[in-house]
Design a protein around this ligand. Sequence first.
Ligand code: BV8
Length: 236
Amino acid sequence: MNVKIDKEGTIVILTGAGISRESGLETFRCKDGIWSKVDLEDVATPEAFMRNPKMVQDFYNARRSQLVDEKPQPNPGHLALAKLERDWPGRVLIVTQNIDNLHELAGSQNIIHMHGELLKIRCNHCGSMHQWEQELHIETPCPECDQSGGLRPHVVWFGEIPLQMEEIYEALEDCDLFMSIGTSGNVYPAAGFVQAVTQMGGCHTVELNLDPSNGATQFAQTLYGPASEVVPRYVD
Ligand code: BV8
């Protein structure tokens, strides 16, 4: 490990779309990123889903079928984090903004998907949650309550509350090392985590990214380059 932390120390790792870039998944705000092709207001807000559910469902259907059909594989960045968790049993938590399944495929187990998961859907009528790999259409009946019109991607849209925030802040309070990997630092509350741990004190902070994020100056340490190179170098 590039930095020495107490052997009882805990590590919180925030990841964003950049860690999955070398596995073939697009980022949002890089050149040719997702938000350069579609307006987030049209596909990633509850208002968009009310206004035009087909456009929203199709946006997530395309991204879900990429995971299911192309089967992108974890890259050395994901794999290094899974090894870190094995080397530091019970003391590594990944908080990912990503809705892909690459951390799981790499073997990481202690993961919080704060923005949800692309391979899960939930029913607005009965609240049931389902693993889902097919296309989802507004008329698809819920496998639980059989009502149609209520199924949506289990994804956190802009204006919605991210998942497991209490657990995340508890982990940030205790951690000795906060790593931020592959995120531009544009989206809150994730972009505010580095400030939170810095204010709480006692935590080393490092940014591993292709280039400086919006929050770069708030990190005690930075290392730039592709995740598949800088993450293994930092954690090995
Ligand atoms: C909230 C859906 C309250 C899933 C996403 C007005 C009304 C309501 C809210 C707001 C408002 N104004 C502001 C807000 C807050 C808002 C927000 O932050 N807006 C921004 C745009 C200003 N946030 C919210 O609405 C959140 N909810 O605030 O609720 C609350 C808060 C706290 C507690 C209780 C209640 C909800 C945010 C979630 C929105 N959903 N997506 C999906 O479709 O995927 S956000 C979207 O951006 C994705 O989830 C994505 O993960 C996330 C962050 O993007 P990044 O991962 O950083 O990706 P990006 O492309 O930006 O950057 C990639 C980086 O990788 C770059 O830096 C690049 O250099 C680097 N990179 C590229 N290649 C590589 C690499 N690094 C390494 N190796 C490489 N090879």
